[in-house]
Design a protein around this ligand. Structure first.
Ligand code: NAD
Ligand code: DAU
Length: 339
């Protein structure tokens, strides 16, 4: 069994590669990644020398390169994590989101059609459903919730999902889609709320909270997401969408205060800044389908997951300090300098 994992040098893709090499030592895993600002080869250092692992630096939009890789590897399964993933960046510069997230997906699926595969899995997001109101805690996203996107990022992910479903209906491509809630854990790029808050706390820097900090996200430990995808590619029904989430809704401000408390830092570091444009209020996944059909349940409680995550950032300072000392400084100044 050969699996091509795209975007495997990023946060969730790398954790998925570790999971798969561990859970299925007989599989060959090929990581295809362009190494954008979010991709980090050092993340994959521990698996680089494994005989059943290969890393290929490649853009998923590079049709010729992707076809060549399929000719070399004859993959059985493609799991597509590769994407521009940060909502704030999509608001500043939507173009690359449309290129990678939509057109890149098309190139991968065209390769699947040309060379034949047993499964194409698209890693999507709960953001395709838009948001839920704060005063309706009874509402959740199901797989039937209409697509209603807010940001260029979520619009690009939703477009890709529609294209994936179209390739299934029109060409019979054996596809599945997962739509997961917010992940957290090791190797999370420090532009996102949890790792940014941990890094800033450790450097005694202000902790930017958008708006009033009342927006709610549904946090899932990354390993639980990886297990869900492993199950879907193994047992999920072709042509189906599976929502993935662990019923762990938290307000942003409560997450930031919790991290302050865990690291012994004062809440006076919290700085309320101008809100994100079009900021989604609340995400909340109903995971009934994946639970009933595939038996998936989250295994890591938030109280344990956040401890493990903070410990990882404390033990791996080099990893994130290298990132925040480079080009990231320009991004940070642009996004937060005058906010
Ligand atoms: P990330 O930004 O950490 O990593 C993205 C990876 O994709 C990087 O390694 C980057 O180099 C690579 N990449 C980007 N453009 C590429 C291209 N054109 N060709 C090849 N590689 C390219 O993202 P993440 O948080 O790990 O998210 C992975 C996937 O999961 C994305 O599709 C995202 O939409 C989805 N998702 C993320 C979350 C979350 O909470 N982070 C939740 C649900 C779904
Ligand atoms: O729901 C899944 C999505 O989760 C994924 O599809 C995206 O790829 C992933 O980036 C994430 O999107 P969010 O926009 O929810 O994550 P982010 O960490 O950027 O923000 C989480 C919340 O925290 C959001 O309400 C905005 C807020 N925030 C974020 C940052 C970076 C702040 O208040 N301050 C910040 O500095």
């Amino acid at each position: 069994m050969t699996i091509i994992v795209t975007g495997g040098a990023g946060f969730i893709g790398s954790n998925f590669i570790f999971h798969m090499l561990d859970a299925h030592p007989d599989y060959r895993i090929v990581c295809l990644d362009k190494l954008t600002y979010a991709g980090n080869l050092s993340t994959l250092a521990s698996v680089m020398d494994k005989p059943n692992f290969r890393f290929v630096k490649l853009d998923i939009c590079d049709r010729e390169g992707v076809y060549k890789l399929f000719e070399e590897e004859h993959p059985d399964i493609i799991v597509n994590f590769a994407a521009e993933s940060h909502v704030d960046r999509s608001i500043e510069n939507p173009e690359v989101f449309l290129q990678t997230n939509i057109l890149g997906t098309q190139v991968l699926m065209d390769a699947c059609r040309k060379y034949g595969i047993t499964r194409y899995h698209q890693v999507s997001t709960d953001e395709v459903y838009g948001d839920l109101p704060l005063d309706r805690p009874d509402l959740f996203f199901t797989e039937e919730t209409p697509i209603h996107t807010s940001s260029p990022y979520s619009a690009s992910k939703a477009s890709a999902d529609l294209l994936v479903l179209a390739y299934h209906r029109t060409y019979g491509l054996p596809v599945t889609i997962s739509r997961c809630s917010n992940n957290y854990g090791p190797y999370h790029f420090p532009e996102k709320l949890i790792p940014l808050t941990i890094a800033n706390c450790l450097n005694d820097k202000p902790l930017p909270v958008y708006g009033k900090g009342e927006n709610v996200r549904d946090w899932l430990y990354v390993e639980d997401h990886c297990r869900a995808i492993d199950l879907i590619i193994y047992k999920g029904r072709v042509g189906e969408i599976y929502n993935v989430g662990g019923h762990n809704e938290m307000r942003n401000i409560d997450i930031v205060k919790l991290i302050c408390q865990k690291l012994g830092k004062p809440e006076s570091l919290i700085t309320y800044v101008t809100d994100r444009k079009g900021h989604d209020m609340r995400y909340a996944i109903d995971p009934t389908k994946i639970h009933n059909e595939l038996g998936w349940l989250p295994e890591t409680k938030f109280a344990d997951g956040i401890e493990k995550t903070i410990d990882w950032y404390l033990a791996n300072r080099d990893w994130w300090e290298t990132i925040i000392s480079g080009e990231y400084q320009n991004y940070y100044e642009k996004m937060y300098g005058n906010r």
